[in-house]
Design a protein around this ligand. Structure first.
Ligand code: NAP
Ligand code: ZN
Ligand code: ZN
Length: 350
């Protein structure tokens, strides 16, 4: 076993603190990754605080991992020692169901093994995430990371990047489309960059008037404050697509009214409580309300390659691991510009 240092949530109500545990030995298809950076996703907070239910403690969160390969198993062909590599939201799946065969492992019909807060395919070994010194992952669930990009700014692509890229590609958003992004946080700022890079006309719908300048700097063409009824009124019947990245309960009906006929609203944000939707807000103009979850391994690699080619990276605030609890509080206040990323070298300071 490989001794590993990390930070864990001991329970739903306690702060994260130092935690030592063991990783499995490197199997023939595995790689060992020394973690350089790990992004802080709002899903880490939802799960550390058991907001979705079923959390397993102690929990080492983190699924936006970038690091260097330090060991490879005897049968590994895709990676060698010294390569930059990434790990996203899952580390295994059944590999045989229809979804897995189509490269949509995130929708595995048997068991999608989360990078943390999950059980391995053996249904008993708990997984621990990227707020840690190293991780052992099957090479088929490991991504190649280009040396061209800054690794700390690449880390958030492994969740925030692919979660927004996948629906943008699936519904073919781009030139000629008016696309609204609701919530300018980790996912939201990547949605703006990606949709704008594909030629869409992008509007940010935010509760934070202070984010207006940033929205334009990130590539948006318009900005509206959703707390202002006058601004909201003007947006009725405007958008072909709305990408909703909001983490807290909010009224979907307000945004549905901003869709054009045949428009599509994609839910990415995962608030813990359900929200009622009025049927008439959909049937009156043949609108669609849909959801999307992260992306498969192949699509994640495509996204990383696309970002390397177009020089697209996350805007990050790098923190030492000792500041993780503070970063959670700031994220909850929408005070993040636009992703906290942990510099894992700071683990050695404890
Ligand atoms: P984040 O960085 O905290 O951003 C969320 C943004 O939502 C905030 O910055 C804020 O933007 C807005 N917001 C917050 N509370 C709001 C409220 N009460 N009403 C309206 N807007 C509000 O979070 P994130 O990491 O981007 O994650 C966002 C959500 O997506 C989380 O629920 C997360 O679990 C989920 N998620 C889903 C997937 C998936 O596969 N579907 C993947 C990753 C994450 P403004 O200040 O601009 O209003
Ligand atoms: Zn995430
Ligand atoms: Zn499967």
């Amino acid at each position: 076993m490989i001794p590993t240092k990390g930070y864990a949530a001991p329970s739903a109500t306690e702060d994260l603190k130092p935690f030592s545990f063991e990783r499995r030995e490197v199997g023939e298809h595995d790689v060992l990754i020394d973690i350089l950076y790990c992004g802080v996703c709002h899903s880490d907070i939802h799960q550390a605080r058991n907001e979705w239910g079923g959390s397993i403690y102690p929990m080492v969160p983190g699924h936006e991992i970038v690091g260097k390969i330090s060991k490879v198993g005897s049968a590994v062909t895709k990676f060698k020692v010294g390569d930059l590599a990434g790990v996203g939201c899952f580390v295994d799946s059944c590999r045989t169901c229809e979804s897995c065969k189509e490269g949509l492992e995130q929708y595995c019909e048997v068991h999608n093994v989360g990078t943390y807060n999950s059980l391995e395919m053996d249904n008993k070994t708990v997984t621990y995430g990227g707020y840690s010194s190293q991780i052992v992952v099957d090479e088929n669930y490991t991504l190649k990371v280009s040396e061209k990009l800054d690794p700390k700014r690449v880390a958030p692509l492994l969740c925030a990047g692919i979660t927004t890229y996948s629906p943008i590609m699936h519904w073919k958003m781009g030139k000629g489309h008016k696309v609204a992004v609701v919530g300018l946080g980790g996912l939201g700022h990547m949605a703006v960059k990606l949709a704008a890079s594909l030629g869409a006309d992008v509007t940010v719908l935010s509760t934070s008037p202070s984010k207006e300048k940033d929205a334009f700097d990130l590539g948006a063409h318009n900005f509206a404050v959703t707390k202002d009824p006058e601004q909201v009124k003007k947006l009725k019947n405007t958008f072909h697509f709305i990408i909703d990245t909001v983490s807290a309960p909010h009224d979907y009906n307000l945004y549905l009214s901003m869709l054009k006929r045949d428009g599509t609203m994609v839910l990415l944000g995962a608030p813990p409580e359900p929200t009622p939707v009025a049927a008439f807000n959909l049937i009156s103009k043949r609108k669609r309300l849909v959801g999307s979850m992260i992306g498969g391994i192949k699509e994640t690699q495509d996204m990383l390659d696309y970002c390397a080619e177009h020089n697209i990276m996350s805007d990050v605030e790098v923190i030492p691991i000792q500041k993780i609890n503070e970063a959670y509080e700031r994220t909850l206040k929408s005070d993040v510009r636009y992703r906290f990323v942990i510099d894992m070298a700071s683990l050695n300071k404890d």
